[in-house]
Design a protein around this ligand. Sequence first.
Ligand code: ATP
Ligand code: MN
Length: 288
Amino acid sequence: MPDASRHSLTSPERVLWPDTGLTKQGLLEYYVAVWRWMEPHVVGRPLALLRCPDGVGESCFFQKHAAQSLPEGIRTVTLDEANDLAPVIDDFTGLAGLVQLSVLEIHPWSAKADDIEHADHLIFDLDPDPSIDWDEVTAAALLLRKKLEDLGLAAFAKTSGGKGLHVIAPLDATAEWEQVRDFARDFSKRLAEDEPERLTAQSAKDRRQGRIFIDYLRNGRGTTSVAAYCPRARPGAAVAAPVTWAEVEAGVRADAFTVENMPERLASLARDPWDGFDAARRPLPKLP
Ligand code: ATP
Ligand code: MN
């Protein structure tokens, strides 16, 4: 476990989540507890950062590119010919640096910093219209899993810590972004065509009404999704939590796990809910 006392913050007592009272120091200590589980999913990737200098609320801004001077442990990777840089962390010191910058949400790319042209997972974000019963969201996630597995992919689920579920399929990082994006789009459109009453792959508001939107648009170059084990900059400090399919079947909610209860959850788990994630990497399949 990292040692929180080795990472000093300025204004450690600043409250970042006013409703729960979670402070900057509290956030650092949460990360100490989850680091072992979070590390594989956050290190060595370009990151976009939701920074909130005054905590949850209006001070928040989303930063896709790195600023000039960064705390110890945060390096940068060049993203494009315009020399845009993204921050990258490699260890807990880097994570503590993000806390120091009042980063409340960490959003990694679906690619490694040393291979940014190749996605190493697909991600489908299920966004339910507020009128939808949670049972339907559960069913949609299970359907996605089945369809991915039918194509030879593995599927893993995480709660978003917000309103929906994310379904992730590990890839072997051989396909180009364009292929990955096209696959995600065609796969999602087909799924929505099979269940037009329940699902849509179109972001238009009227299409989403009464349905679950399968957001496949996070599978393009430069797109990001909230990191596993990261809290959300919303009241309650719910976290994006890797869960097992048994938990999905049991109806686990998007905001079930929080900064408050996650350390206890992890301490009581016999194994990683995403056990076998890395070993499950596959080439991008072709749609039949
Ligand atoms: P929910 O379950 O509430 O839908 P989510 O994690 O699926 O949560 P958002 O947090 O709304 O969805 O993020 C949507 C997408 O936009 C993600 O790809 C994320 O990386 C990105 N993003 C998040 N916040 C911002 C922002 N302020 N500006 C631009 N992009 C953002
Ligand atoms: Mn979502």
